[in-house]
Design a protein around this ligand. Sequence first.
Ligand SMILES: Nc1ncnc2c1ncn2[C@@H]1O[C@H](COP(=O)(O)OP(=O)(O)OP(=O)(O)O)[C@@H](O)[C@H]1O
Length: 858
Amino acid sequence: MKETPDRTGSTEVQKMEGAASGRLSPKGDPSQPASLRGPPHPELRAKYPEPDCLSVKSHRSKNEPPDLQDGPGPSDTEPREEYPEPDYLRDGPGPSDTEGGRSGFCEEQLSSCALCRGVLKDPVSFSPGHWFCRHCSSSYWDQAGSPGDPLHPQCGERTRAGPQTDSQSRAAADAGLQQLLEEHQISLRSRCERVTEGTDATGSGTLLNQIYTELYITEGPSGEVQTQHEVRQLEASRSLQDAPIRCHDIFRASAEQPGAIRVVLTSGVAGVGKTFSVLKFTLDWAQGLENQDVGLVALLSFRELNLLRGGRLSLLGLLEAFHPTLQALGAEQLAACRLVLIFDGLDESRLDLDFSSSPVLTDPTQSSPLSWLLASLIRGDLLPSALVWITSRPAAANRVPPACVDRLTEVRGFSDPQKEEYFSRRFRDQELSSKMVSHIRSSRSLHTMCAVPVFCWISASVLEHLLGSQQTEELPSTMTQLYAHFLLVQTHRKRNKYPEAQQAGPGQLAPADRDLLLRLGRLAFQHLETGSIMFYQEDLERCGLEEFLAALYLLHCYSQRDLEGLRRFLGDDYSYSSLDDFLKRAMVKSCESPNGHLDLLMSDEVLDELDLEHYNTTKEGKHRLIPAVRNCKKARLAGCELSEHHCEVVASALKSNPSHLIDLDLSQNVLEDSGVEHVSAGLENPNCKLEILRMRGCRMFNPSLLKNLDLTGNTISDCVMKELSSFLQSPLCGLKALKMEYCDLSEVSCACLAPALKSKPSHLTELDLSWNHLTDAGVKELSSFLQSPLCGLETLRLKSCSLSEVSCAALASALRSNPSHLTELDLTWNDLKQSDVQQLLDLKQNPHYKLKTLRWKW
Ligand SMILES: Nc1ncnc2c1ncn2[C@@H]1O[C@H](COP(=O)(O)OP(=O)(O)OP(=O)(O)O)[C@@H](O)[C@H]1O
């Protein structure tokens, strides 16, 4: 269904697989026309200084072709002992060694010619360790008759050039490596410069540089295993404001990490741009634009590694399999290059990576199981100088032990301005792209989801189709509508491609299309159920399409009364029921999933109330509904065993722009300090519109811009009361209602509270201190507040506070002395008699008296 972008360009492995399965041939042909072969731009070469180790930028050998004429080699008249020993023999294998490394060079006694076996005359060499008489070698070349790289006359190894002396042979070796690396660079350039996306009508791919939009990548995610649904992770991560890092800089030291960075692990949700990042890194290197101190970049995808089916390979063999241009690369040359190895898509790997007990490999020529090879590379046993970059979706990122990783980064997708840049890059017609952007901005769910680039691509495909056609139908504003349109767009494309297929009217499905979609739906459904995320050919999972298709399939089962299909998902006890009931059961089933793999996205409508009590599901099911707080006015999350993370989600809802929450109930949750801190931070955010916060039976916290505070059931010590009192004195405090039933308050508590209440024009209109042992002494303290001209209290509840006639007298004198605002006074459960409250009742005669309700009986 979806023609996906090519991950790393084609490789030998891919070609083999493609040939076997009859798939389309790969687009990146490593054998380029000669005209394409050329050095990187000279200006850029000048800009980047020569690194210590050899890189393709080493133009020493490029500009000075090896001199294949006679060098200062020993003459046949000089005794053998006086020959200067070639450098590579000093540290290398002794003359008796017969093979070494992958190339298995023959080592010969320097005293004899490798061809005639006689004493060397006018010795020359055309590869390390091979010495010949000039005459013998000339005859050999004459016989071979080929100007190319002839086979070594003794060992059959392919050699690069004609005979040469020691320093010349090293220059030739450098030049050989140089040439090889340049060819590799050119090959990579051609592989990465175009990406194939589904919108590509010609099949030639789109230029990566034309559509590539800078991504928001951050350094150092938490490193925790992420089991949340990826959309939720995305939602949560949008609120964070971390400093970005460019994909080109991931191996560079930073102020936070000044040391050398060898292994980088980059995580990110599906379709967020991990593969595009590694392609961009590679392309910019291959074009001579970035990271020019790197000698060699090798890009390997785990998906293609899987195709090797766990076979045995050496490191050199692996590089060759993925990059045929590296065929002639030897072990010594590899060690001399500054190599960057990129492994893309760890989540797709079927390899059993065992970092703790797989054997240590150090030899790049040694064949071993692929999983050992990778573990050794990542641990740094094998080629420790190589830099390794691994990308993965979050759930699989923990397959590499943290100890092996020097830097963690996270691709978070597009920021809001980047989303807009994406559309303007993709479409030359700026009017069209502006229309798309404004449509996406108008739908919250589309706008949120467009943080994931693949959703931008889907949206762009759909909107291009709809805005470009004469159709007058409404543009999709929910993800479901978007997916439905996407299917139509893709089907339409298929019809254009295969015109012999059955025709149908615009916006309609031909029976064959319908059949295909349902078959895809069944496939998606089955894979989704088993948790399998890989579709090698269709690759639907990347855009979450399988969730939509699976749902479509299930709905089809329902409409066709396919009980077998329905029972596979809903359980054997399911019997055909109303659509409402069916949908409800499907919802409950998806809520039960521990990682949310059965659901996707979010209604755009702002809910009046989210009350988790109303959902008849497990605790985990309720937890998974919590992110919906972002989209409701009133949220009841009481008694749900909220964790710190949930508080973080709530806080992000309070901070979001716009924030809809007005009334929040977090009662009966044991909130740790960290959780409370999150909530407090949410309350302090200028976007926060919360007016009512209920935290009955929770631990104490530090509220700020609250209108309504309910602390019922908390044991509030005098010390906490003082904190509360200082909060009440803060000029920011706009509290209107304070409820503190059953808080173990005493006379002393009131003494703490009263000065605060009368210290500034108080917004407090409602105070409920019922069910506390305040006693008359406490009420006397409070009555001083009632006497203050700053007091605007309208409701005072003092139920069951151990009060007597004395309290009534104090309250009456306070109300008498001041034009009071009090309209409701509740003194029930204090065992008062009529005579005790008489003074209050008599106030009715007072012109300032506003009391409408006085309760005092049991
Ligand atoms: N930086 C970008 N600029 C433009 N388009 C992008 C960018 N990144 C990703 N896209 C779009 O999103 C699609 C998916 O991106 P990519 O394959 O890189 O995602 P991913 O993170 O590797 O996903 P998965 O985990 O599924 O492999 C691309 O094919 C492209 O259409």
